[in-house]
Ligand binder design. Structure first.
Ligand code: ZN
Ligand code: FE
Length: 255
């Protein structure tokens, strides 16, 4: 049975997620932006936290951890490369390692770029990947620490996951991302349709996260740096995808 995954809006635009294995009762929290909504979700469901999976060290992903652990003692997992600046970890992981949540195994993917040491958690049996601030809905995280080629490599690993993978990313930035995406690929019909869907969802205050990897590949400009249309539109036909990605990322920073 796949994990039951709950999306929890936190702070002004963050998302945390609970992933629950019904057979064993194990429940993992992915990132800890704000204790209140996460503790309410746990008590509404009657779930007891067993694991916390941290994606990266930024405050809006870890700050609520002590308040959550005070109510739900759980095993805290995060990147070995980030252990020096993450809260105390019970298990340190790196790419290729796995984490066990009940009957499910998650694979660690290094998605450095936004920060160096940012990791994603992929649960193939549940077709779920938790990407936080690496691959985001119609966007990607700003390059605070890593380089453009490094982020391109990270995004390429995520893009290679199966089509039906659902992408659980860390922020509700999708509508603004759409306004930028349109400037890169105005003729993309899938993108136009998605922008309308996003507007409808946001008008009703519905989250646009998670999204499907197939949709991200079809519409997310940061995954499309190898597409002839994107290369033509930024005047870089035939350039290396990592260089086109760098140009698209730089344009987003100025947008
Ligand atoms: Zn971040
Ligand atoms: Fe963040």
């Amino acid at each position: 049975m796949p994990l039951e995954i709950l999306t929890i809006p936190c702070l002004s635009d963050n998302y945390a997620f609970l992933a629950h294995d019904a057979e064993t009762g194990s429940t993992a929290l992915i990132d800890a932006p704000e204790a209140g909504p996460i503790l309410s979700a746990l008590s509404n469901k009657g779930w007891k936290l067993s694991h916390v999976l941290l994606t990266h060290h930024h405050w809006d992903h870890v700050d609520a951890l002590p308040d959550i652990l005070a109510v739900h003692p759980a095993k805290v997992i995060g990147a070995a490369a980030d252990a020096h600046r993450l809260p105390p970890l019970d298990q340190q992981v790196a790419e290729g390692d796995s984490v066990i949540i009940g009957n499910e195994t998650g694979q660690i993917i290094d998605v450095s770029g936004h920060t160096v040491g940012h990791i994603a958690y992929h649960f193939p049996d549940s077709a779920a990947v938790f990407t936080a601030d690496s691959l985001m809905a119609l966007g990607c995280g700003r390059l605070f620490e890593g380089t453009a080629p490094q982020m391109w490599e990270s995004l390429s690993k995520l893009a290679a996951l199966p089509d039906d993978t659902i992408v659980y990313s860390g922020h509700e930035y999708t509508q603004a991302n759409g306004r930028f995406a349109e400037t890169i690929e105005p003729e993309n019909a899938d993108l136009q349709a998605r922008i309308l869907d996003i507007a409808a969802a946001r008008a009703e205050n519905r989250p646009t996260v998670p999204s499907s990897l197939a949709l991200e590949r079809a519409t997310n400009p940061f995954l499309r740096a190898a597409e002839p249309a994107v290369q033509r539109n930024v005047g870089m036909q035939g350039a290396k995808p990592q260089d086109v990605f760098a140009e698209v990322r730089a344009r987003k920073d100025r947008f």
